[in-house]
Design a protein around this ligand. Structure first.
Ligand code: IMP
Ligand code: MG
Length: 180
């Protein structure tokens, strides 16, 4: 896998520091609120499990799976619910944990869903934010890193459902796409 990476953008060490910074900030902000921390499958799984270990507060965990990509590097524009939450969000404080915000469509879809279900508050924690990709308005409250307009993979982020298990985030070599 390492051979398919052109360059590393965020190393394991850098990611760990971001998890500590964001986790401690959220623990401070959500003291005594018993939030529901919602991981967005599958990309946010690695980030979520690391960031929650930095939060010394009571919280519940849940997962949602929405999809907008069809395995390629460009968003299809259509978001659909693949796997729903298992906890009732009415009157609860929700922290959505994402791997990356690009067009903003996925985030908007989930925020609308949570609002419809009467969540008390909704905040967003994302490992990566790609503001140059925005198509709809979407804003994260806790951001690990602002990324340039490049397709990245690793640490949960995939290309064709591969590379999620890389322990760092990097840019794939161009020939990886060309050979597909
Ligand atoms: P959005 O709806 O365009 O904001 O897309 C968000 C989702 O698209 C994320 O949860 C990722 O799964 C995926 N995505 C966006 N950009 C990238 C990227 O550079 N690498 C891998 N996945 C990406
Ligand atoms: Mg994805």
């Amino acid at each position: 896998m390492d051979n398919d990476i052109e360059r590393v953008l965020y190393s394991e060490e850098t990611i760990k520091e971001a998890c500590q910074r964001l986790g401690h900030q959220m623990a401070h902000d959500y003291q005594d609120k018993n939030p529901i921390i919602v991981g967005v499958l599958k990309g946010a799984v690695l980030f979520m499990t690391d960031v929650i270990r930095e939060m010394d507060i009571l919280a519940e965990l849940d997962f949602i799976d929405v999809s907008s990509y069809n395995g390629g590097t460009a968003s299809s524009g259509e978001v659909k619910l693949v796997h729903d939450l298992s906890i009732d969000v009415a009157d609860r404080d929700i922290i959505l944990v994402e791997d990356i915000i690009d067009t903003g469509r996925t985030l908007k879809f989930m925020q609308d869903l949570l609002k419809e279900r009467h969540a008390h508050s909704i905040k967003v924690c994302t490992l990566l934010d790609k503001p140059s990709g925005r198509v709809v308005e979407a804003k994260a409250d806790y951001v690990g890193f602002i990324v340039p307009n490049e397709f990245v993979a690793g640490y949960g982020l995939d290309y064709g459902d591969q590379y999620r298990n890389l322990p760092y985030v990097g840019v794939l070599k161009p020939e990886i796409y060309e050979n597909k």
